[in-house]
Design a protein around this ligand. Sequence first.
Ligand SMILES: *[C@@H]1O[C@H](CO)[C@@H](O)[C@H](O)[C@H]1NC(C)=O
Ligand SMILES: *[C@@H]1O[C@H](CO)[C@@H](O)[C@H](O)[C@H]1NC(C)=O
Ligand SMILES: *[C@@H]1O[C@H](CO)[C@@H](O)[C@H](O)[C@H]1NC(C)=O
Ligand SMILES: *[C@@H]1O[C@H](CO)[C@@H](O)[C@H](O)[C@H]1NC(C)=O
Ligand SMILES: *[C@@H]1O[C@H](CO)[C@@H](O)[C@H](O)[C@H]1NC(C)=O
Length: 448
Amino acid sequence: MASQSQIYISILTLFLLINQTTSEQIENSESTETENENECEQRWIYIRKLPPRFNLDLLSNCSEYTFVDDLCPFLANHGLGQKTHNRSHSWYRTDPSMLELIFHRRMLEYPCLTEDPNTADAIYLPYYAGFDALRYFYGPDYNSSEEHGVQLFHFLQNENPSIWNRHSGHDHFLVMARPAWDFSQPLDTDPHLWGTSFLELPYFFNVTALTLEARAWPWQEHAVPYPTSFHPPNLALLDSWIQRVRRSKRSSLALFAGGGGFSATPNIRRSIRIECENSTENVNSFGYEKLCDTVDCSNGVCEHDPIRFMKPMMGSNFCLQPPGDTPTRRSTFDAILAGCIPVFFEDLSAKFQYSWHLPENEFDGFSVTIPKEDVVFRGLKILDVLERIPRARVRRMREKVLELIPRVVYRKHNSSPGLRTKKDAFDLTIDGTLDKIRFRLQEPDLVM
Ligand SMILES: *[C@@H]1O[C@H](CO)[C@@H](O)[C@H](O)[C@H]1NC(C)=O
Ligand SMILES: *[C@@H]1O[C@H](CO)[C@@H](O)[C@H](O)[C@H]1NC(C)=O
Ligand SMILES: *[C@@H]1O[C@H](CO)[C@@H](O)[C@H](O)[C@H]1NC(C)=O
Ligand SMILES: *[C@@H]1O[C@H](CO)[C@@H](O)[C@H](O)[C@H]1NC(C)=O
Ligand SMILES: *[C@@H]1O[C@H](CO)[C@@H](O)[C@H](O)[C@H]1NC(C)=O
């Protein structure tokens, strides 16, 4: 477990950075003024200054969320979590809900920060929405989940209201490191079902929310990749990982890493479990040692332990990505990182979600989609479909998957200049957000 002092040091460093970076950044940008002016045209971002109760205080209380697991260990290394081994440079026990913190830390080194909100093209709200939501999900504020966000809105209205009013919030964005469902409880629902109503409050209709999963018809939110455990600090470590993945021997056709599938009613996870269990081993007509491998991730045992699933994923050609409690799963990104071609069973699992990171028009080039209805109700066998894909095509698909790796990785903060030349998940999120906001400001009637 992370020692308490380690955590406080982590929070304190962040606090110091928050109060320092902008002025340093401004000095830097003065020295390279002309260079930045081109690079930063239409890309200036202002970080809204929020009282600590909206971010850092929520972290200092990490051990007090007694209704969930101790969150403190995951705060280490500015939200990357603790290293998997003390000699590891790139691998951490990262919890995806820490994206709010990881993103904030990366914003502090964004090259086009401005201290003048009037010249900014976008306004970032460093509010840890998912953290703050815990008290409504499980804690004392369960019965007032419609209040989530109200205090933030009041702050934005009362403190320098001109920042909000300049574009009625259309230029504001924030990260909510959970599926949007968790924040979409309709107002005035009785009885209370699940989640908070943050995204249902008219106050925030104009704000762009970056979530780990968007709803079927999103217009406020856009989905961004779940953070994996891999956060390389330099280009050499990224490249050597990709080389290792490319050379990896793939002795199984397909892999499912996850839990569940034991319900009696027909569903895709159940179909996968039965098909995998029944697949005969040592079938050599295709040269595989196994047709279907599984990693049992029941009870969350895989969540902070990438070793459990990364090795099997690197030993498999295809990784099955059925919907879980919600359509998306983090393991989609673990699979890409392992060079394992993802197999989806519905478009909401990725195609309609991560368009900034996984290009929609190339989707069939790096993934396989098998409609779940065909499997569950029409007896289509997943392994048959995968076996019939020619080896040469599998190789081409894998090359496409390898090209995606830099796009879905959140590199380590303070990384080498070489690595910064490659756009990572954060950089692509910023590009997408700036485009989306530009579009909203030009065509407000289209989005309202
Ligand atoms: C942090 O914990 C203290 C003590 O339990 C509590 O009074 C305070 O409201 C908490 N702060 C936040 C932001 O949750
Ligand atoms: C590595 O970490 C372990 C605990 O996880 C610790 O006991 C050990 O001293 C560390 N080794 C080094 C060389 O830092
Ligand atoms: C929420 O309201 C229900 C019904 O009134 C009550 O039973 C429950 O204790 C309340 N929960 C909290 C955390 O106050
Ligand atoms: C959202 O934008 C519309 C105009 O596009 C504006 O009328 C409305 O007041 C804005 N909402 C808030 C809460 O500022
Ligand atoms: C597949 O496994 C299930 C139970 O897991 C069993 O009921 C069924 O008979 C098996 N089917 C075949 C074809 O082996």
